[in-house]
Design a protein. Sequence first.
Length: 173
Amino acid sequence: MHPSLIIDQSSTRPVETRRLDGILSALMWLVYLYMVREAFIDLYYIITESFEWMVADYERPHLLAISDLLHTLGFYVIIILANGAILITWALYNQYRFRGLDRRKNPKPVSVADLAGLYGLPAQDIENWQASRILVMDHHPDGTLVRVISKDGGQILSPPPEEPALMQPAVPW
């Protein structure tokens, strides 16, 4: 049996690392809510004062509440602009630093032998797949290859030898 081809990295990470990620995420949400609380408080006062003014004949909403909200939103705009300036400066610095340099290497091409080893099939079958113009590959829920059908000639190519029962067509063509 081949190892699962489905990528599930979270389950392979240590429990302490996943727990630390959860704690840090919760802390960052608390910091975020703490920082935006002023806007919600100001908005709450404006809404309640406006509702009381419209429904219960109270006095008009105080200009101070609207002014506080606009002041808070202005502060948020300043933070957003500062953050944007920092990110743009960082991007320009990296453009200047790495201009003309390409340190990335292209990956080695996958050979027929590599694919044959991955799927546990003869190399001849892989060459037939590559020669086909239309190829349908069906996979088991665990990620293993179940069936390969060439639509050019309708030929069903070699199934994996471990699971011949799974080679029955799931969808009629």
